[in-house]
Design a protein around this ligand. Structure first.
Ligand SMILES: Nc1ncnc2c1ncn2[C@@H]1O[C@H](COP(=O)(O)OP(=O)(O)OP(=O)(O)O)[C@@H](O)[C@H]1O
Ligand SMILES: [Mg+2]
Length: 227
């Protein structure tokens, strides 16, 4: 099976002023279709940087990133952006929903930006699975944190990305909402076959994954299979 993501000797060096920070130092990893992977490690070890480079939000300094067989490190910024739009869904700690639009609008706008137009079947499948079918006419301010994050997840996967990249999606949520969001991610993985990479500080959250990658100082130190 061809991996969705493969990195080879991946380096990312941030140059800020006179100081270089090597955030990634030769990361090797592979993510297969249908996998649910958690990434853990201390603050500053490079987790977000890895997600940004894999997802085409940031350019690698050295090495290769293959995303669904396409080498992101040999592409123009414009080509990388196009590929990201078609292949990657992102979710962050902050929900980043548009405050003036209701939940339906926030999700539907992603389908319009994508260029394929509104797909009612996909919309129903995703919103039902995420348990937000009866919240679609509420604006973000009228939704709980957990509901807002579920809307953000719906927006991220509405266009059937090859991979969903989630950077501490439960970081702003209480225990109960966190659990519901994690259960939803697992459901998306199990029912729709959605490939997921989840960054988390919470071992409980990582237990939802098939595999945990542990990072330290810009490297993956091991990948321990769960159960
Ligand atoms: N835009 C940037 N410019 C310069 N240095 C950066 C930049 N972004 C991240 N870094 C540095 O790169 C290293 C890795 O940062 P990164 O955000 O990937 O860590 P992280 O594992 O996601 O941490 P956290 O758990 O706190 O979110 C850190 O030393 C950080 O200070
Ligand atoms: Mg981070």
């Amino acid at each position: 099976m061809e991996p969705i993501v493969k990195t080879e000797d991946l380096w990312k060096i941030y140059r800020s002023g006179k100081v270089d920070v090597a955030a990634l130092r030769g990361v090797q990893c592979e993510v297969l279709p249908g996998e649910f992977i958690a990434v853990m490690g201390p603050s500053g070890c490079g987790k977000s940087t890895l997600l940004h480079v894999i997802g085409g939000l940031a350019q690698a300094t050295r090495g290769r990133v293959l995303l669904d067989g396409n080498d992101l490190t040999r592409m123009s910024d414009a080509a990388r952006t196009m590929l990201r739009r078609h292949k990657v869904g992102f979710v962050f700690q902050r929900f980043n929903l548009l405050p003036a639009l209701d939940a339906r609008g926030n999700i539907a706008i992603a389908q319009h930006i994508h260029g394929d137009g509104f797909d009612p079947h996909r919309f129903d499948t995703v919103t039902r699975l995420l348990g937000i079918s009866d919240r679609l006419h509420h604006r973000p301010a009228e939704l709980s944190g957990g509901e807002q994050q579920r809307v953000a997840i719906a927006r991220a996967i509405i266009n059937e990305p090859k991979i969903l990249l989630a950077d501490e999606p439960t970081g702003n949520l209480d225990t109960k909402s966190s659990e519901s969001v994690l259960r939803m991610l697992r459901k998306l993985n199990q029912d729709l076959g959605q490939t997921v990479i989840l960054i988390t500080h919470n071992p409980e959250a990582a237990s939802y994954a098939h595999r945990v990658l542990h990072m330290r100082d810009g490297q993956i130190v091991d990948g321990i299979p769960v159960d």
